[in-house]
Design a protein around this ligand. Structure first.
Ligand code: FPP
Length: 243
């Protein structure tokens, strides 16, 4: 079975077969800064610019859902000042971009365990999600304090807490409890900076996703980078375990 349409000319956007859901592991901010003899926070700031570019480019290409791995449950192991810089950048991004995101028809959604985030940030996440809930041009999903194994454990704990009988703990029942329950599965998962691993990102949801790795560091990522990886995806044949 070929789920994608025939390969398209490079640069074609919004056509049949364009991945509905693209998820990105944004990696390489630190190396980008190091190459320039700058502090790591400068790499993260440049990373926010790349986020802005990706969020503008994705709906133009025809992507319906863009998920960005903004802060993993393992990122707490970083020095406290870096964690605080990342949280500050996220807060600033949401505060400064929300009007434009809303005007551009972007719906915001957040996945992850937010119990460890500051009450102020959680309030901002709720406000941003509520304000943009009716938008339909694209859904931007930010994964914050997200870890796939934690997400699965939370889903199973929820089933047990509700007294679900063992025979009802099915794939569907688990999927319905994941943070991503109301989203299409990712078609394409991208990781920048040359690393080739998933790092606890969307492990369940990645079952049939195409994986794409690029050597570009996240702060260098732009619309052309995304279009090139989508074009590469369009040339692949997805079989979903069939022939
Ligand atoms: C990885 O680079 C990147 C992160 C840990 C966080 C990504 C965060 C941003 C791009 C900024 C905030 C996000 C939003 C959505 C506004 P790294 O530091 O691991 O790089 P390295 O591997 O080169 O050290």
């Amino acid at each position: 079975m070929t789920a994608n349409a025939a390969p398209q000319a490079a640069g074609v956007s919004g056509g049949a077969g364009v991945p509905r859901h693209v998820a990105i592991i944004m990696d390489g901010n630190g190396r980008w800064a190091k190459k320039r003899f700058l502090p790591r926070v400068a790499g993260h700031r440049a990373g926010v610019e790349a986020v802005r570019r990706a969020v503008k480019a994705a709906p133009r290409i025809g992507i319906e859902v863009l998920t960005l791995y903004a802060f993993s449950s393992e990122n707490w192991k970083r020095p406290a000042d870096e964690v605080s810089d990342l949280m500050g950048l996220l807060k600033h991004y949401l505060q400064s971009e929300i009007d434009e995101l809303h005007e551009n028809g972007i719906r915001l959604k957040f996945i992850g365990d937010h119990s460890r985030l500051s009450a102020e940030l959680v309030k901002l996440l709720q406000k941003s999600a509520e304000r943009t809930a009716g938008n339909t041009r694209m859904t931007l999903v930010l994964a914050l304090n997200y870890g796939s194994q934690d997400e699965l454990a939370r889903a199973v704990r929820g089933l047990i807490a509700d007294g679900t009988p063992a025979e009802q703990v099915t794939e569907e029942a688990i999927a319905a409890r994941l943070d991503t329950a109301d989203l299409p599965l990712p078609d394409l998962i991208i990781r920048t900076s040359g690393e080739q691993r998933l790092s606890n990102f969307l492990l369940w949801q990645a079952a049939y996703a195409e994986l794409a790795f690029t050597d570009e560091l996240w702060p260098d990522f732009n619309e052309a980078s995304l279009q090139r990886l989508v074009d590469e995806y369009l040339r692949r044949e997805r079989r979903y375990g069939g022939l």
